[in-house]
Design a binder for this molecule. Sequence first.
Ligand code: PLP
Length: 386
Amino acid sequence: MRGEFLPFAQPLLGNEEIDEVVQCLRSGWLTTGLKVKQFEREFAEFTGARHALAVNSCTAALHLALEAIGVGPGDEVVTTPMTFTATAAVIEHLGARPVFADVDPKTLNIDPAAVARRVNERTKAILPVHFAGQACDMDALMTIGREHGIPVVEDAAHAIPTLYKGRLVGTLSDITCFSFYATKNLTTGEGGMVVTDREDFADRMKLMHLHGMSRDAWKRYTQNGSWSYEILAPGFKYNLTDIAAAIGIHQLRKVHAFHQRRLAIADQYDAGLRDVPGIRVPQVEDRHAHGWHLYVIQVDTERLSIGRDVFIEKLIARNIGVSVHFIPLHVHPYYRERYALQPGDFPHAMAAYERIVSLPIYAKMEDEDVRHVIDAVRDIAKEDRR
Ligand SMILES: *Cc1c(COP(=O)(O)O)cnc(C)c1O
């Protein structure tokens, strides 16, 4: 058995990130400034989007995106139950209602047919999540959006770099939101980026991300700046620091190398687990297009004598860190009680929830770590076969 606990997720930071942060600290300019501008410019180039705005989380990005679209009290936003609470919480923050549409049992991505059934005259946006890093059926979702005149905002927290029909996620919909949280494919500790081709949305988000002020700090506190500003709206405090951007600039340059490593780990997992009775490996259409933020297996409870929870306990006892993505939102007390939802309302999300286990997958993992995970999963499945 593995001697040392293998964390579920860990960032991979090099001297490039460390040196840039130190340089930032020595410069005396810590908050949003030239490093953020550089990170935004390079991120826009990376995605091909016209506008990129750095923010302090993907949650902030999603909030700004929906606010810019004009989501407000009485409105509805159609989204997936198979996501993190932030996706739906921002809808609540605007006084609107998250309306869940069930997932495709194969990909665990939102099912466009279910979305079409949930759209009505109150719907103000469609908010898909690229689950685990595999792109949603964007053509179908954009068609529904266009037919009803509803913008589509992507929660791309898992989707860097993810391809959809050969195109990088970032220019597929009206607004795309990325996360740079500590466990994500590209990290700045905490952080996010919102990208769009629409100038009106970009302008509104830029205004609202920093107090609704007509000028940012860089324009006020540098020599050529002016002390004067106007408050045009009661904005938020969602700007990214230059310290975080210093990390992000170098993480972005490594994003394809990190992806190569995660893809290789996914291939090793597939080869090692595909033939194990009681374990289902992820169903993926295009392995290279998948961002591989998560590697989610399903424990086939009909073929094993233990359930998912005991399976996880046994992995942790073998020093393997794992997680569950996600506890569907409709079973959490807040959403369940507020909208009188039953577990069976979203049967595909619920059936998946009872079986899913996320295995560690990150660039810092060694081949030996991957072997330990495979051995542990195989062992447990063998021990507890029916
Ligand atoms: C991590 C995550 C978020 C939130 O990202 P933050 O940057 O932590 O705000 C939103 N949606 C999904 C699907 C996530 O996994």
